[in-house]
Design a protein around this ligand. Structure first.
Ligand SMILES: Cc1ncc(COP(=O)(O)O)c(C=O)c1O
Length: 406
């Protein structure tokens, strides 16, 4: 009899999916939740999420939007009033001129970034990602069949990549450069001069585009926010991404945007039209109110983030083996922790890397944080400082006590 048995398939899932990693931030939160479900009091410093409520005037605008019947599909790149308000915001905060046809509103800054990567990157194109980087950049490049080229800033330079490093990394295959400023995970902020030097390098390489992720713009402790798009010689090749999640504490509303040359914005709109048809109508009305309200609510939250950063740095400076640059923005600290590698825990296991150390802190100190591997820096650990002051003090007190056992 012929053998008619169907071949054994190992997985029905696509190679593309199988090659993708789950965000380490989400994986760590899952582990923390499992421990919490057993009754353990875990302090979660894994997530990149403001602990503030969305300001009331923004919530009110969303309620009003429902009552006013904003329940239909919107134009794919966003409602016209919001696109105009985003242009006004760019003018007011960044002295940048954009027209509404250069703005695409998306389901979070995350979708804006994905739209841009998928619209620009061909298979085999090199994408230079400034490292340490936000977890999703590399996976987005993979989805586009691009090749990530990690470019590592030095600890001495607060992990910021220099123009000279960029010049040396560009090849004829380079298509895109991606970075965040203020940076998640390091909190580093590029100055206008540093971005000017990067713009100068890009001027010499007209095939290279830049994706500037400015989602933490408002959470800046040094004052000036500089944008690569300021520099006229490269403005046409810069895609500027921003959103509402961090500055307005609107993570759950899923609202972000990009600003780009009209043809690139149109490409991102086309990409989005086949994937989400644009974001939630009610969130867009809320975003409009947020922008019209200016940045006063953000400034209040930033004062708290700054206070917490200082509080945490004050404790962390007494933790041996934590080499922690002072963050200039965002709400993380990112200590270099390799001094603990090779040490043995009280139960006899060896800490081989930052993941082992993060797991030890979760199990012993009941504090969850994310290993730097996910950000391209396997000798570091990221702690979010977006938590109440007393929780932060307690978390780092526990960590200090646990590390003393190693
Ligand atoms: C650097 C960076 N870019 C983009 C995002 C995504 O933001 P959104 O919630 O608007 O999708 C995050 C969120 O953590 C982030 O840290």
């Amino acid at each position: 009899m012929p053998d008619t048995a169907a071949p054994v398939t190992t997985s029905p899932l696509s190679d593309r999916l199988l090659a993708m990693n789950e965000p380490a931030t989400i994986a760590m939160v899952k582990k923390a939740r499992e421990l919490m479900a057993t009754g353990v009091d875990v302090i979660n410093l894994s997530f990149g999420e403001p602990d503030f409520q969305t300001p009331q005037y923004i919530k009110d605008a969303a309620k009003q939007a429902l009552d006013d019947g904003y329940t239909f599909y919107t134009p794919v790149p966003g409602i016209p009033e919001l696109r105009q308000a985003i242009c006004d915001k760019f003018k007011r905060d960044n002295q940048l001129d954009f027209l509404p046809n250069q703005i695409v509103v998306s389901t979070g800054a995350k979708q804006a970034l994905a739209n841009a990567v998928l619209s620009l990157v061909n298979p085999g194109d090199e994408v230079i990602v400034f490292s340490p980087y936000w977890v999703s950049y590399e996976e987005m490049v993979k989805l586009a069949d691009g090749v990530t080229v990690e470019l590592r800033g030095t600890l001495a330079n607060e992990y910021k990549v220099t123009a000279a490093q960029l010049e040396a990394a560009i090849t004829p295959r380079t298509k895109l450069v991606m970075y965040s400023s203020p940076c998640n995970p390091t909190g580093a902020v590029f100055s206008r001069e540093e971005l000017g030097a990067i713009a100068e390098v890009l001027t010499r390489h007209p095939q290279v585009y830049a994706l500037a992720d400015e989602i933490y713009e408002y959470i800046n402790f040094v004052g000036e926010h500089a944008s690569l798009a300021h520099f006229p010689e490269v403005k046409d090749r810069v895609i500027t991404v921003n959103g509402f999640s961090k500055g307005y504490a609107m993570t759950g509303w899923r609202l972000g945007y990009l600003a780009a040359r009209p043809d690139i914005a149109a490409a991102c709109e086309k990409m989005q039209s086949q994937i989400t048809s644009g974001t939630c109508s009610i969130s867009q009305r809320a975003g409009l109110a947020a922008l019209r309200g200016g940045r006063a609510s953000a400034d209040e939250m930033v004062a708290a983030y700054r206070r917490r950063r200082d509080l945490v740095l004050d404790i962390v400076k007494d933790i041996p083996g934590f080499n922690t640059p002072t963050p200039s923005g965002a709400f993380y600290i990112f200590p270099e922790v390799s001094a603990y590698f090779g040490r043995t825990t009280p139960d006899g296991s060896v800490i081989n890397n930052a993941l082992d150390l993060a797991l030890f802190m979760l199990n012993d100190a009941h504090v969850s944080a994310v290993s730097g591997d996910a950000f391209g820096a396997p000798e570091c650990i990221r702690f979010s400082t977006a938590a109440a002051d007393d929780k932060l003090v307690e978390a780092f007190r526990r960590i200090r006590a646990s590390l003393a056992k190693l």
